[in-house]
Design a protein around this ligand. Structure first.
Ligand SMILES: [Zn+2]
Length: 395
């Protein structure tokens, strides 16, 4: 809030909401037999704890998540289930989406089959020996078992031991604690529109981050890019017609900020003209995804012309990822500014998410694209709400 005020934003305030609190404890994993060695592990956010003395059990290793799902009820009784499926590297992050359930649902699926603990190969694309945390969810009526992520090299080591036909025995200690009543805050700042201040173009990133690193790429970069874009627009001699709102969400990582924003702003949701979130690191935007009618509008054509110099292309396509913090908004048109995520999941949710990984030159390019998008969206005559409601055209 102090930074936004210092930069000259209007209506700077924060919006508090309740969240479940979770604090990491001790976390160790080691192979007891056949080849004793320590492994790098981290607890998944929301995981219950093992006993303080840990859990020691035989491992059932699955090279794919589907292989574990194919097991019948009871097949994993008393075992530690380990899924070592690797995540593919992609520019658009689709490998993460495709593997997300291995982290999110794996513990519940393992528990249904009788497992006493669950480990996955980190949702990671690099070969660093660090573990990637992230959220997981328990289901009602299924036992809650401790869940963690192994570093990719350690998951591969377990694959090698298993390939020798050896039974692996593992000891796991995870001692996080849960606080039921914690609080998060979303911070808001605005650049008021010069003609239609009641109409809102919403951009932003998220302030919260995983505890292992510092959250420089996830999502300090997104906070910086969207804040800088709005500041540059505010500094122009002529401000856009509509209000530009920057929302710095307070609990994206545990999926709690979207509902909080949507309910707090329920009465003005229909005054949100378009929204876009920046939450994929500090690399340049290589593609702007707009619904077909938006891309074909005067706004879309002007945007394509301006950002071609970055270079960024504008594509007419259903928006693939509007952002986790925007998903509870009803009827608000979305745009997707896709950043190059080729290396994003080398660092994501690890101790390595630190500021030295962010390049000022890349941030500048990302900011340039966001300035063009946000200025034109806030200044155009095109009403995205009206044209998104009309009958579909073309394919
Ligand atoms: Zn994020």
């Amino acid at each position: 809030m102090a930074k936004l005020k210092a930069l000259g934003f209007s209506n700077v305030h924060s919006e508090r909401f309740p969240v479940p609190g979770w604090t990491r404890g001790q976390e160790t994993a080691e192979v007891i037999s056949p080849f004793p060695q320590r492994l790098i592990v981290t607890a998944l956010g929301g995981s219950v704890a093992t006993p303080a003395s840990g859990i020691e059990a035989e491992v059932v290793l699955f090279p794919t998540y589907d292989a574990m799902l194919a097991q019948p009820v009871g097949a994993l009784s008393g075992k530690i289930a380990v899924v070592t499926q690797p995540m593919p590297r992609t520019q658009d992050g689709s490998g993460y989406g495709a593997n997300y359930m291995i982290r999110g649902q794996g513990a519940t699926e393992a528990a249904k089959r009788g497992a006493v603990a669950y480990l996955l190969r980190s949702l990671a694309t690099g070969d660093r020996r660090d573990a990637h945390t992230g959220t997981m969810h328990y289901a009602e009526g299924t036992p809650k078992i401790p869940a963690g992520a192994l570093s990719a090299p350690d998951a591969e080591q377990l694959d090698r031991i298993a390939a020798r036909g050896k039974q692996i025995r593992l000891k796991l200690v995870l001692t996080p604690t849960i606080r039921p009543n914690a609080t998060a805050e979303t911070v808001i700042g605005e650049i008021p529109g010069r003609e239609k201040p009641e109409e809102i173009v919403l951009i932003g990133g998220h302030l919260d981050s995983w505890d292992l690193g510092t959250g420089a790429i996830d999502d300090g970069a997104g906070v910086a890019i969207t804040t800088a874009a709005a500041k540059l627009i505010a500094d122009q001699p002529v401000r856009p017609r509509r209000t530009l709102r920057v929302a710095l969400f307070g609990a994206e990582e545990i999926g709690k900020a979207a509902d909080a924003y949507a309910s707090t702003h329920l009465a003005e949701q229909d005054r949100h003209i378009i929204a876009a979130e920046c939450d994929f690191g500090g690399e340049p935007v290589y593609r702007i995804e707009l619904p077909e009618k938006f891309a074909a509008s005067p706004f879309g054509r002007a945007l394509a012309s301006v950002v071609s110099r970055v270079p960024t292309t504008v594509v007419a396509t259903p928006v693939q990822d509007g952002g986790a913090d925007l998903e509870s908004l009803k009827g608000v048109p979305l745009a997707g500014l896709a950043q190059d995520g080729t290396h994003y999941f080398d660092l994501h949710h690890t101790v390595d998410d630190t500021l030295d990984k962010v390049s000022a030159q890349s941030l500048d390019k990302a900011v340039a694209t966001w300035v063009a998008f946000a200025y034109l969206a806030a200044d155009t005559d095109v009403d995205f709400r009206a044209i998104s409601k009309g009958p579909p055209t073309g394919k």
